[in-house]
Design a protein around this ligand. Structure first.
Ligand SMILES: Cc1cc2nc3c(=O)[nH]c(=O)nc-3n(C[C@H](O)[C@H](O)[C@H](O)COP(=O)(O)OP(=O)(O)OC[C@H]3O[C@@H](n4cnc5c(N)ncnc54)[C@H](O)[C@@H]3O)c2cc1C
Length: 329
């Protein structure tokens, strides 16, 4: 039996959760077993139909004061209760900050290893008693590692945007509500209030963007990012930067991509004036297509990119923006 911890927002299952359910469905199909989901806290309207359409036959919904607000340990206790009730062989969570935290707490509680950022299954289904062998991203996605999970339940998180979000036939999942017992110790760290930041300091837009325009030292100064930001906006994407840029104080840290910044997996990454140092590459290696803009044809980012424009970003990017606007009228 395969169980997925599903994160939700007001509209239903979040994007990385839907990807994780899609991934889990292939495991369930291979083992010819059921696919269940567990939701903790708020349950958005329509999620039974939404997840039913992804092949989920039953949703376990944890309710009660102890889990109403997010807390890593408390939510893991709720997921653990669902694991016990279903005798799940494999528990998957989305590779998001909360998904990672809940899965890590769960693995500790049931005393098994956890595989983070899984992108594929090399062998086994988890439900056949044999060890589950998975491939996972490490070093910010620049290296694929194979990991064997011999214990039950096998606990893993699925890397964001590494799997295609693909619903199946329309269906409705059955609902089982339960109120897990939450120990006082599990409530020590939990969300007690949420306040909007004066400015948007989150990197959420960057990590979930389908298009990212990057800008590095080649921008020249704090005033050199307007064209790259405009290109990001024209493409409905987000602006990301290199560490040199944040270290120089040209842009805020939440925009940094790399080993000590955000890891991105967009459909298209357009790094402008970024050399492609290994620490930057660690954060962008899983981009599906890279189009580099750089004056140096030998820059590592250019040699690794799928496409490259050799030229000054202060000339190339405004020209691209002007052409996009011209074509859009
Ligand atoms: C422990 C550690 C962690 C790190 N973590 C990170 C991290 O998370 N993210 C990160 O990015 N870095 C990180 N770094 C820093 C990393 O090693 C590089 O120093 C950094 O990525 C370089 O930034 P850059 O490419 O913008 O600058 P540079 O390496 O200086 O490259 C600038 C590039 O711009 C090109 N260029 C110059 N002018 C123009 C122009 N007008 N038009 C077009 N191209 C132009 C140049 O040809 C060059 O390729 C880390 C380093 C360490 C030691």
């Amino acid at each position: 039996m395969i169980l997925v911890f599903v994160e939700t927002d007001a509209t239903g299952a979040t994007e990385v959760s839907r990807e994780t359910v899609t991934f889990a469905r292939t495991l369930a199909e291979r083992s010819d077993g059921p696919l269940h989901a567990v939701i903790v806290g708020d349950r958005p309207a329509g999620v039974l139909d939404q997840l039913g359409g992804y092949g989920v036959s039953e949703i376990h919904h944890a309710t009660g004061d102890g889990v109403a607000a997010y807390g890593g340990a408390a939510w893991a206790a709720a997921v653990q209760a669902a694991v016990s009730a279903t005798d799940a062989d494999v528990v998957l969570a989305p590779g998001t900050p909360r998904g990672m935290e809940v899965a890590a707490h769960l693995a500790t509680r049931v005393d098994v290893p956890m595989a983070a950022n899984v992108v594929g299954v090399s062998d086994g289904t988890g439900a056949d008693g044999a060890p589950l062998r998975v491939a996972r991203q490490v070093v910010g996605g620049s290296v694929l590692e194979e990991m064997v999970l011999p214990e039950r339940p096998a606990v893993l998180t699925v890397a964001g945007h590494a799997v295609v979000d693909e619903p199946g036939a329309p269906a409705t999942a059955a609902l089982r509500e339960f109120s897990p017992e939450i120990a006082e110790a599990d409530l020590v760290a939990r969300v007690v209030s949420i306040e909007a930041a004066e400015a948007d300091l989150s990197s959420a837009a960057l990590t979930s963007a389908r298009v990212v325009v990057g800008a590095g030292r080649g921008a020249g100064s704090a005033d050199g990012f307007d064209a790259a930001a405009e290109l990001a906006e024209l493409l409905g994407g987000a602006l990301g930067v290199s560490r040199v840029v944040t270290s120089l104080g040209w842009r805020p840290h939440h925009e940094q991509i790399g080993q000590t910044g955000s890891r991105i997996s967009p459909d298209v990454y357009i790094p402008c004036g970024i050399s492609g140092a290994i620490q930057h590459w660690a954060g962008c290696a899983s981009s599906k297509t890279i189009v580099a803009i750089n004056t140096d044809e030998n820059a590592p980012m250019v040699t690794k990119a799928n496409y490259a424009v050799i030229g000054d970003m202060h000339e190339v990017v405004p020209a691209v923006n002007a052409e996009i606007k011209r074509r859009r009228g």
